[in-house]
Design a protein around this ligand. Sequence first.
Ligand code: SF4
Length: 260
Amino acid sequence: MTELALVQSSHDPALKSLDDGQLRFIRSNAAEQLSAIDILTWGVKNFSTRIALSCSFGAPEGLVLLDMMHRIDPKSRVFVLDTGRLPQATYDLIDRVRDRYDKQVEVLFPAADAIQSLVNDNGLNLFYESIEKRQLCCRIRKVEPLNRHLATLDAWVTGLRRDQNASRVDTPKIEIDRAHDGIVKLNPLADWSHEQVLEYVAEHEVPTNRLHRAGYPSVGCDPCTRPIAAGEDPRAGRWWWENDDTKECGIHVEEKGSGI
Ligand code: SF4
């Protein structure tokens, strides 16, 4: 890319609050050579209180990142989307983390009036009736609260890994998130394996969701998560009544042409 193109694109209103140095770094793909802790250090140094970790408290990746970010900056921010349908084990873990790290976990709730209408119009268990209704529930309970929160940030951190499923194989370690107003999205564990995640958890005694030990590789909302049998795909326990290609909640969407 020419210097002129770079300057022009830095004025792109979709690229929120990024200076030329940050843009140049992201575009250079230099982050691909960095470790997870180096990427988080870059994020905390560049965005301070305007960066936050998105942690579901239902998968070990988010807890690994929380532990790393806490070592870099004990005041680093973390948020969780409380859909109102999480299992008790997840609420227990959130409080355990608050105690262990002496950290405020920002708990985000869906809009009360939207939940009221959703339930009045569709009942409490609408997600089993159709893909459209399941996606509507995810949108109101997860996606909209996330979007509202990301609008207040310049960068966010996720636990996405490339080997989690086919749609994540190209996940970069740092990207511009055009689906969220051009803020920066850090995926520091993109090239980690599941085994590496578990090794970090064991080595640093990172707290994790107790339902993992009951056969749940990842824990989402209580009515939409079940344990899996030995040898089953880890995603088989999420929205098990749907086909694999519909199994996303809309949080990690890729906008067409979002490449930088
Ligand atoms: S995972 Fe299930 S209960 Fe949770 S928001 Fe999505 S559809 Fe609703």
